[in-house]
Design a binder for this molecule. Structure first.
Ligand code: HEC
Length: 191
C-alpha cells in the first residue's frame, strides 16, 4: 500500500478519535442534565486519548522518516502540517502534566483539550485531507496519481516520488554518479 494512502487512512482514524474525544467531554461536562454515566464517559475519553497518542506517534514516525530520507526543504503545506503537529504534541504533554501532576492548573485542561481537537483538524486537513481532495476522494485508482498530478501542475515537471522503490533507485544513482563529488567519504578526501 502506498505510504500516502496508509497515512491518509490513519489520519482519518485520528480525526474520528478526535470527534469521540470531544463528544465524550462535551457530554460529561457540557450538559446541565447528564445523559450518560460521567465516569464511563471519562474512561472512554482516557482510553481514546491513549489511542490518539499511539496513532500520532506512528504517523509522526512515517513523516520524520520521509523527511530524513529525502533531506528536502519542506513545502509550505508540509511546513504548516509540521507546525500543527508540533503544537499538538506540546499541548498534549502539557495537558497530561496538568491532569496528573500540576493539578492547580486543572482549570486549563478543558481549553487545551479543545485546542488539541481544533489543531488536529488543521493537521489532518493539511495532509490526509489534501491528498483526498487531489485524488478526488480516492476515486482515482492509485495514490501514484498524486505524483502524476503534481507533474501536470508543475511546469518544471519536478516531482518527488516517495515510495520505497523510487527512494532506493535515487539512492543508487546518487551513490554511483554524484556522491563522488558531492558527498565524498572521508578516506577519499584524505587521499
Ligand atoms: C565531477 C564532480 C561532480 C559530480 C560527479 C556531480 N556534481 Fe553536481 N556539482 C559539482 C560542482 C563542482 C558543483 C558546483 C558548480 C557551481 O558552483 O557552479 C555542482 C553543483 C550541483 C548542483 C547545484 C547546487 C547548487 O547549490 O546550486 C546540483 C543540484 C548538483 N550539482 C547535482 C548533482 C547530481 C544530482 C549529480 C549526480 C547525477 C551530480 N551533481 C554530480 C560537481 C559534481
Amino acid at each position: 500500500m502506498p505510504i500516502f494512502l496508509t497515512k491518509t487512512i490513519l489520519s482519518i482514524v485520528l480525526l474520528l478519535i478526535t470527534f469521540l474525544a470531544m463528544l465524550t467531554m462535551f457530554e460529561a461536562l457540557g450538559r446541565s442534565e447528564k445523559k450518560f454515566n460521567v465516569s464511563k464517559l471519562m474512561k472512554v475519553h482516557r482510553f481514546n486519548g491513549k489511542i490518539y497518542f499511539v496513532l500520532y506517534l506512528i504517523i509522526a514516525y512515517f513523516c520524520i522518516d520521509f523527511m530524513v530520507k529525502t533531506k528536502a526543504e519542506l513545502s509550505p503545506r508540509a511546513t504548516m502540517h509540521a507546525v500543527f503537529a508540533l503544537t499538538i504534541i506540546m499541548f498534549l504533554l502539557l495537558k497530561i502534566s496538568f491532569v496528573r501532576i500540576y493539578k492547580q492548573f486543572y482549570g486549563q485542561v478543558k481549553t487545551i483539550g479543545l485546542l488539541i481537537a481544533l489543531i488536529t483538524f488543521g493537521m489532518v486537513g493539511t495532509s490526509g485531507g489534501y491528498y483526498l481532495i487531489i485524488t478526488k476522494f480516492g476515486t482515482e485508482k492509485t495514490f501514484y496519481k498524486v505524483t502524476d498530478y503534481k507533474e501536470e501542475i508543475t511546469q518544471k515537471g519536478i516531482i518527488v516520488k516517495t515510495d520505497a522503490e523510487s527512494i532506493r533507485k535515487g539512492k543508487e544513482i546518487y551513490e554511483n554518479k554524484c556522491s563522488f563529488c558531492h558527498d565524498p567519504p572521508m578516506e577519499q578526501i584524505l587521499l
